[in-house]
Design a protein around this ligand. Structure first.
Ligand code: NI
Length: 387
């Protein structure tokens, strides 16, 4: 087995941490119990510094190597929050809180980074400093941004940053990533269309808001096919469509639409808001209606640095069974993107085997993946900052 032997020894202990976190899921920034345990463990391991309350409920641990001639500071990140999902995984250590579940494996991410922290504190076989970032609120709360905004990169002198996310459908022991865009940005928008309500039998005395809004939906989809460079990747989806008409014989007065734009291209992303506004306002005006667009920027594109990916792939090859350094990007978004905007780094997927997808009530984190994740973090540190 290519993993570090120490993690085979530590596996029962790390797995026990993971199952405990799994039984006690917490949402967004309310990760008080989890963050408390993380800080307590880091102190037990003998980390040189442990700072709580970074980015509200984030925890930072600092481990100095045997030497610090290199002056290099490498950060490793894990997320701690769960999801508002009622667990149906059937595991014996299922969530004890109805309606909350670690359905994205962040319990596994946190445990693997703690495992790596234990090993790195014991061995310190590197020349430089490791900064461990345990962040809250990955699931829509921009906890990564909160930590960056709280100055975590400058305060701890971070020069580069790495993170791992489990990947259902990828065999256990496999690590995949790519240079450049790995995950999409995610922006949302709300549209309110106002026409003129009326009697269904007298459309000429009304402005049919349902028809106007329908034209808006159809025309918005032309943005992707006609405005976006065919070699760039953009998704536009209208998720909701509601009118204020309550009967088949009433022409609606207002309609509300909401949707999302995902893209792997920061340049296209920057242009999408203007394109959506122009299209919506133009179509509404053609019918004599009005429309208002509210734009809600979300997570940026997750962009891996080419050089850092090369380092990460080299470390992965030393500990994993299989490595793909040129994997396909995916369209879900990830708030590690904020850390990658602040510092060069790399995000990677760790095989989680044949489980239900993340965010599904039957999702299961595979504990067999733990030694690979821990070994990757430790190997990366030892290779980036050789003693
Ligand atoms: Ni996740």
């Amino acid at each position: 087995m290519p993993i570090k032997n120490r993690f085979a020894e530590l596996l029962p202990e790390i797995t026990a941490w993971r199952h405990d976190f799994h039984e006690h899921p917490e949402l967004l920034y309310e990760v008080h119990r989890t963050a408390g345990i993380v800080a307590e463990r880091l102190r037990e391991f003998g980390c040189d510094e442990v700072v709580e309350g970074v980015g509200r409920t984030g925890v930072v641990g600092v481990i100095r190597g045997k030497a610090n001639g290199s002056g290099r500071v490498v950060a490793l990140r894990a997320d701690m929050d769960a999801l508002p999902i009622h667990e149906a995984s059937g595991v014996p250590f299922a969530s004890k809180t109805p309606g909350l579940m670690h359905a994205c494996g962040h319990d596994g991410h946190t445990s693997m980074l703690l495992g790596a922290a234990k090993y790195l504190s014991e061995t310190r076989n590197f020349d430089g400093t490791v900064v461990l970032l345990f962040q809250p609120a990955e699931e829509g709360g921009a906890g990564g941004k909160a930590m960056v905004d709280d100055g975590v990169m400058d305060r701890f002198g971070v020069q580069e940053v790495y993170g791992l996310h489990n990947g259902p459908g990828i065999p256990v022991g496999t690590i995949v990533t790519r240079a450049g865009p790995l995950q999409a940005s995610s922006d949302e928008f709300d549209i309110t269309v106002t026409g003129l309500g009326g009697h269904a039998a007298e459309p000429h005395k009304a402005i049919d808001t349902t028809l106007v809004a329908s034209q808006i939906v159809v025309t918005l989809h032309n943005i992707v096919s006609r405005n976006v460079d065919p070699l760039h990747r953009v998704v536009l989806t209208i998720g909701t469509f509601q009118t204020d008409s309550g009967a088949s014989n009433i022409i609606a007065h207002t309609a509300k639409l909401s949707g999302t734009v995902r893209t792997l291209d920061p340049e296209e992303r920057a242009q999408m808001e203007a394109r959506v506004r122009r299209t919506v306002e133009g179509v509404a005006s053609a019918f004599g209606a009005t429309a208002v667009v509210e734009w809600h920027p979300g997570y940026p594109v997750t962009v891996n640095d080419e050089e850092m990916v090369a380092h990460a792939v080299e470390a992965a090859k030393a500990v994993a069974l299989e490595v793909d350094g040129d994997a396909r990007p995916i369209m879900p978004s990830e708030d590690f993107s904020y850390m990658l905007e602040a510092r060069p780094g790399a995000y990677l997927f760790l095989g989680n085997g044949d489980s239900a997808m993340c965010h599904h009530p039957e999702y299961r984190f595979d504990d067999e993946a733990i030694p690979y994740g821990c070994s990757f973090f430790a190997e990366l540190v030892e290779r980036r900052m050789p003693a």
